[in-house]
Design a binder for this molecule. Structure first.
Ligand SMILES: Cc1cc2nc3c(=O)[nH]c(=O)nc-3n(C[C@H](O)[C@H](O)[C@H](O)COP(=O)(O)OP(=O)(O)OC[C@H]3O[C@@H](n4cnc5c(N)ncnc54)[C@H](O)[C@@H]3O)c2cc1C
Length: 478
């Protein structure tokens, strides 16, 4: 340890190494709060070359290190779980937007740039970075690419992976790869940079990313509608796709219980809807054109859906302020869980879109049998099949008893999702919370291939050990 610290002090400036309890406290957890890191030393290099030098030292010493972006992850990926003192490499000082090229439509941003700052920079050129979710202000570009983040616009633009042109990364031994950072076309066989996407810091440390910029959507039309059944929400998805085509930019399904939960645990107010329908959908269409055509066809579609009784009630935002208050309802659901201090089950599931109704009905039956008073809260970007199934304790129930049932509930929800050809890791990643589930989602051959990949990128198993694959000791060291 002393050797490593001495070597680090040759490479890093004061302020790039944090050691006091006060300085490291905020690095101990992520938003999943499942793990609490042990004693930490936090490194905050400001350049790719410094990251490379750090890794040369760590590779030589065989010392483990975990990369951290904004710490907003929901799978424990950025929280080292070694019993002894652990090292974190924070990307917070790798925070430059290196270039914006509006002709090629690309931006080169360092890994620690907060997502919102990258989007704001793109806006100055009439463009956008098409990744949007509830942690847009505090998550980083590196974190979003490392977890292959999803969010509200996947229905239109795909996952974070689809927004990437090139990746600059530092490998376990300090070597820097940066092939094709400015090239949309660059077929050179295996794309090593892109292997980092979704790898959660286990194959290399992303230091910069070339992102695709999309045309900025300046005009949005937004509605909150009520449906009598989950089948009707899916009917509405087809209906809106038929009528709005590629202008459909968000389709967020929420159970009524999710909305009531949000209003109970945040400042968000229930919108003025007469309906007590069990399902609500937040629908948005967006366009870069500032004409009225979008609004006319959106309003006509909502009206027609009403006439055809696919929806039973609804409100269309008449101003930007109203649009924000509708979105506050959706964003507030995730936020409400932060203010809820009783036990609850959190999941990140997706099933093929056509199977969402079957999925929900089977879960309802299962949970009603196991714990009739528990409240099922379902919400998510269901337009892409993603639905977060959360379960909260009965209002007057015994928290201890409910908490003891959670692992069984989670496993049974997982079995249902997998039987329906779904996943239990739709967008948050495997991290440390879903390592066991990963083994149930892929074949032993695929798992062995993942281990082999890990070994060839990281032969000394020093990059974020314990994330994605079970603890490092289960992979034979080379
Ligand atoms: C309120 C809220 C809403 C959210 N909504 C969504 C959502 O809709 N969709 C969604 O997908 N996620 C969502 N998330 C989860 C989270 O914001 C994303 O997973 C995000 O991508 C994490 O980015 P981060 O910078 O915080 O990464 P961190 O949490 O710091 O790290 C996440 C993982 O990436 C690795 N990592 C981070 N930076 C690097 C790097 N430079 N190189 C290599 N590895 C790295 C870490 O080791 C860790 O394994 C939400 C979170 C919150 C709190």
């Amino acid at each position: 340890m002393t050797d490593i610290l001495n070597a680090l002090m040759q490479v890093l400036d004061e302020g790039e190494i944090l050691r006091t309890e006060q300085d490291i406290a905020s690095y101990r957890k992520d938003e999943a709060c499942c793990f609490q890191a042990p004693d930490l030393i936090v490194l905050r290099p400001a350049t790719t070359n410094k990251v490379s030098k750090i890794m040369e030292i760590f590779y030589r010493e065989g010392q483990a290190i975990t990369t951290r972006g904004g710490g907003t992850g929901l799978a424990g990926g950025s929280v080292p779980d070694h019993p002894e003192r652990a090292f974190i490499l924070s990307t917070e000082r790798l925070n430059k937007i290196r270039s914006v090229d509006p002709i090629a439509n690309i931006m080169v941003a360092e890994a620690g740039v907060p997502l919102q700052r990258a989007k704001d920079q793109a806006t100055k050129y009439g463009r956008d970075i098409a990744i949007s979710h509830g942690a847009v202000g505090s998550s980083t570009i590196g974190g979003n690419i490392s977890t292959n983040a999803g969010g509200i616009n996947v229905i239109r633009y795909g996952m974070a992976r689809e927004q990437v042109i090139g990746v600059e990364a530092v490998l376990a031994d300090g070597h820097i790869i940066n092939a094709g950072m400015k090239l949309e076309k660059n077929n050179i066989g295996y794309d090593l940079g892109r292997m980092m996407i979704g790898a959660e810091g286990t194959l290399g440390i992303i230091t910069a990313v070339t992102l695709k910029m999309r045309a900025q959507q300046t005009h949005h039309v937004t509605a909150l509608v009520a449906c009598a059944s989950v089948e009707d929400t899916m009917g509405m998805l087809k209906f809106m796709r038929d009528h709005m085509g590629d202008d459909l930019s968000a389709f967020e399904v929420m159970s009524r219980s999710a909305i009531l939960f949000c209003c109970d645990y945040t400042e968000v107010k229930l919108p003025n809807l007469n309906s007590s329908s069990p399902w609500m959908v937040l629908i948005e269409a967006s366009s870069g054109r500032s004409d009225e055509a979008l609004e006319v066809s959106f309003n006509a579609a909502i009206e027609k859906a009403f006439e055809e009784e696919i929806i039973h009630d609804g409100v269309i935002a008449q101003s930007e302020a109203q649009r924000h208050s509708l979105w506050a309802l959706r964003d507030g659901i995730a936020e409400a869980f932060s203010g809820y201090n009783r036990p609850f089950m959190r999941t990140d599931m997706a099933v093929p879109v056509s199977k969402i109704p079957d999925f929900i009905h089977r879960l309802e039956t299962d949970f009603t049998r196991a714990c009739p008073e528990a409240i099922l809260i379902a919400f998510g970007h269901a337009g892409d099949g993603n639905i977060h199934i959360n379960l909260i304790a009965p209002p007057d129930g015994n928290d201890h008893v409910f908490a003891s049932k959670i692992p069984k509930f989670a496993l049974s929800a997982e079995m249902i999702a997998l039987e329906l050809e779904g996943t239990v890791s739709a967008e948050h990643g495997i991290g440390r919370t879903k390592r066991d589930a990963l083994k149930r989602m892929i074949s032993p051959q695929e798992f062995a291939l993942m281990q082999a990949l890990k070994r060839s990128f990281d032969p000394k198993l020093i990059l974020n050990p314990g994330a994605i694959l079970q603890d490092a000791s289960s992979i034979e060291r080379s």
